[in-house]
Design a protein around this ligand. Structure first.
Ligand SMILES: *[C@@H]1O[C@H](CO)[C@@H](O)[C@H](O)[C@H]1NC(C)=O
Ligand SMILES: *[C@@H]1O[C@H](CO)[C@@H](O)[C@H](O)[C@H]1NC(C)=O
Ligand SMILES: *[C@@H]1O[C@H](CO)[C@@H](O)[C@H](O)[C@H]1NC(C)=O
Ligand SMILES: *[C@@H]1O[C@H](CO)[C@@H](O)[C@H](O)[C@H]1NC(C)=O
Ligand SMILES: *[C@@H]1O[C@H](CO)[C@@H](O)[C@H](O)[C@H]1NC(C)=O
Length: 425
């Protein structure tokens, strides 16, 4: 009895607060939308065609696209569990263009209609998920929600966002396999999904998309790097801090005219560094540190004429560090510490180059301070990997070469757990 009275009071309160807003959803409309929510978390459902037409809103909007945007944004508001900065506090009523974080502009195909053209909710620490209804925002070119706590998946319905140019969902709690839905976005140029919990393999198609920048770092991807890498026209490719294995495909050499930064830091990549990297004549940042690369530094790296920062540290590299690399015209920081190099050109010896930061610590360099002990060096230096013969030296596919080259088994000290090898001091 008491419970039902209480229920009634709450309903009345809800009713009165809804009716005080002339354009609020009716209760049945609200519950229709709300009933759909949990399904998008459980499985990757799509929006049925004409979904929005089934929602009866007794409200007149300036145009049907703003009506769809209203349905999408109200569904999203319901999918938000915490909004510490009260950003969505003003997501009420039909003036969606006045909502915080929502940007309107004339439609591309009809300048007389104002439509929702962008979402920018960066850095608001919002807790919630991305409801399937976001697929109704078909006019958006930008979707930026970085640094919040959105969990769940990116819904399949995002495939409707055919004008989407920039997708930034970085630094959230998104999960699941690589969000394949991004592959169906014809206008996408900037994809940033870093700092989430995506896992599994990198799909080969992602490097075939016409993207300018691709940030996949700090997830839990575990595959090899697809051979399609070299097809990517991106100027920035960051795949650092994943668990990728295998070699760097030699196709990377095809990226010479476009690639500016590539950061493969801290994975489990192995094999020899492909000499094709030397063809990246426009690259300014190249970081392959903290992997399991072996063999020598290819002399062709002398072709990296624009490189400013070069990091090959924390690998199993051997041999000689050639002068040509240390004298690259734009070099400002060359870090090759924590390897097994046993010789370096004079130009590479740190004190010689006050203008360039160089770090050669913890190698096997005779007459240099802070090197590995002969006992650790000897077994590695004695049996160098022949990169002409070794896996991934040439055209072999990395996927057929899952194992790193035969590595010596020095004392455990030589291969401390990765986490303890970060100290450069
Ligand atoms: C809202 O719907 C009711 C019937 O459900 C109708 O009588 C009324 O005219 C509608 N109002 C508007 C503004 O469309
Ligand atoms: C949140 O914002 C709305 C609209 O701006 C305002 O009415 C409401 O009082 C705010 N709530 C809190 C808790 O500040
Ligand atoms: C290296 O990557 C692993 C995940 O593969 C991560 O846990 C670790 O924090 C990363 N290390 C650094 C220094 O970022
Ligand atoms: C650098 O980029 C320019 C312009 O895209 C291109 O013409 C040039 O060939 C590139 N350099 C190399 C070494 O690929
Ligand atoms: C050089 O780069 C490494 C990382 O690659 C960084 O840890 C180091 O601080 C840099 N040195 C200088 C002097 O900027």
């Amino acid at each position: 009895m008491q419970a039902s009275t209480c229920f009634l009071v709450i309903c009345l309160l809800l009713l009165s607060s809804f009716s005080s807003l002339s354009v609020a959803l009716s209760l049945s409309e609200a519950s229709f939308i709300a009933r759909r929510q949990p399904s998008s978390l459980k499985k990757n459902v799509n929006l049925p065609d004409y979904f929005e037409l089934k929602i009866e809103l007794n409200i007149t909007f300036p145009n049907p696209r703003l009506r769809k945007a209203y349905i999408a944004l109200q569904a999203w508001k319901k999918a938000i569990r915490s909004d510490p900065l009260n950003i969505t506090g003003n997501w009420e009523g039909l003036r969606v263009c006045d909502y915080n974080g929502v940007f309107c502009a004339p439609a591309l195909d009809d300048p007389k209609q104002n439509v929702v053209a962008g979402i920018d909710l960066n850095h608001f620490d919002i807790v919630g998920y991305l409801p399937v209804e976001l697929g109704l925002l078909t006019d958006i070119a930008l979707f930026h929600v970085n640094s919040n706590r959105f969990s769940g998946i990116i819904p399949k319905s995002f495939s409707r966002l055919t004008l989407l140019h920039e997708l930034d969902v970085s630094n959230n709690r998104l999960v699941g396999p690589f969000p394949e839905v991004v592959m169906s976005l014809p206008s996408l140029k900037y994809l940033d999904i870093r700092y989430n919990d995506f896992e599994g393999g990198l799909p080969p198609e992602v490097f075939e998309k016409d993207l300018d920048a691709l940030f996949l770092n700090n997830n839990r991807f575990t595959s090899t790097i697809p051979e399609t890498l070299g097809s990517s026209p991106a100027s920035v490719v960051v795949i650092a801090n994943n668990k990728l294995t295998g070699c760097i495909p030699s196709s990377i050499g095809k990226m010479g005219s476009t690639l500016n930064e590539f950061i493969f830091l801290n994975n489990s990549l192995s094999g020899c560094l492909p000499s094709e990297i030397g063809k990246l004549g426009n690259a300014t940042v190249l970081d392959v540190g903290s992997n399991l690369f072996s063999g020598v530094l290819p002399r062709c790296f002398e072709g990296l004429s624009q490189v400013e920062r070069l990091d090959v540290s924390h690998n199993l590299l051997t041999g000689f560090v050639p002068q040509g690399i240390c004298k690259l015209p734009n070099l400002v920081n060359f870090t090759f510490s924590y390897n097994y190099f046993n010789g370096e050109a004079q130009a590479c010896s740190p004190p010689k180059r006050k203008d360039i930061a160089m770090d050669d610590t913890s190698n096997c360099l005779p007459d240099r301070p802070k090197q590995k002990s002969p006992k650790i060096c000897h077994p590695v230096v004695r049996k160098p990997v022949d990169c002409n013969k070794a896996m991934c030296g040439g055209s072999q596919s990395s996927s057929s070469l899952p194992k790193p080259p035969a590595q010596p088994s020095p004392s455990p000290k030589a291969h401390p757990p990765k986490d303890s090898t970060w100290d450069f001091s």
